[in-house]
Design a protein around this ligand. Structure first.
Ligand code: 6PG
Length: 222
């Protein structure tokens, strides 16, 4: 795992944008398409805004989501809605290449439906992930049981609202050529410290045979 400490959240967003564009260019050159898993929450928003102003072969991008909140499709709290506001509504990615989790169906049905979508997409080229103050990532929360050999999981009683969610499993998230964690802000310092100390946080359970990198600002570093 490579840790890259940057001055502030803007520097993290700028670096993330460049790394994503490089990964896209390499994947499209090698395989004719770029399969990326977007992170939810607020940390990646600025990176997505910067991406929306950049040049790329958007027609070869395929967008997946690491998790989704069980809310109506147009709810502004949806991760897919945040991605649309900041990126996918602003670049010419064919709509059938943006694969939202149908979390409006409810956690169980949506996870079952997404299992098929993900099964056809592995390995991803790049998986973006954030981290919560408790060390969760995607919607994998501490203390929650993880069923084995599933690619998409229903999540209930999530401590971060809404309680019902869908999350890619550690297996699915780690099935990628590159993992990129984006972590900013002093609120994450405690969880970063625990992660670096070897605590078995959900984020520590995401491993890839490919490259893994953490982009983190100074405020979040212990
Ligand atoms: C979500 C995200 C979640 C997020 C972390 C960090 O649905 O909320 O998937 O895993 O990445 O909670 O959130 P912030 O980036 O807002 O700090």
């Amino acid at each position: 795992m490579k840790w890259q400490v940057l001055e502030d959240s803007e520097a993290v967003a700028q670096e993330a944008c460049q790394l994503i564009l490089q990964a896209a260019s390499q994947a499209i050159s090698d395989r004719g398409q770029f399969r990326i898993v977007l992170a939810g929450g607020s940390t990646p928003e600025r990176a997505y805004q910067l991406l929306s102003q950049a040049e790329s072969q958007w027609e070869h991008w395929h967008i997946y989501f690491g998790d989704e909140r069980c809310l109506p499709p147009d709810d502004p709290e949806r991760n897919s809605d945040m991605a649309a506001r900041t990126l996918t509504d602003h670049v010419p990615i064919p709509s059938d290449q943006v694969h939202p989790i149908q979390a409006e169906l409810g956690a169980k049905a949506a996870a079952q439906a997404y299992e098929k979508v993900i099964g056809d997409a592995l390995p991803f080229d790049l998986v973006l992930l954030g981290m919560g103050e408790d060390g969760h990532t995607a919607s994998l929360f501490p203390g929650h049981e993880l069923p084995q050999d599933a690619l998409a999981l229903p999540v209930r009683n999530a401590p971060k609202p809404p309680p019902d969610r869908v999350s890619l499993s550690p297996e699915a998230l780690g099935s990628c050529r590159e993992l990129l964690f984006l972590i900013t802000g002093a609120g994450k310092k405690t969880a970063v410290n625990a992660w670096r100390d070897g605590t078995a946080l959900p984020i520590a359970g995401i491993n890839t045979l490919g490259r893994a990198r953490v982009l983190i600002d100074q405020a979040a570093m212990p």
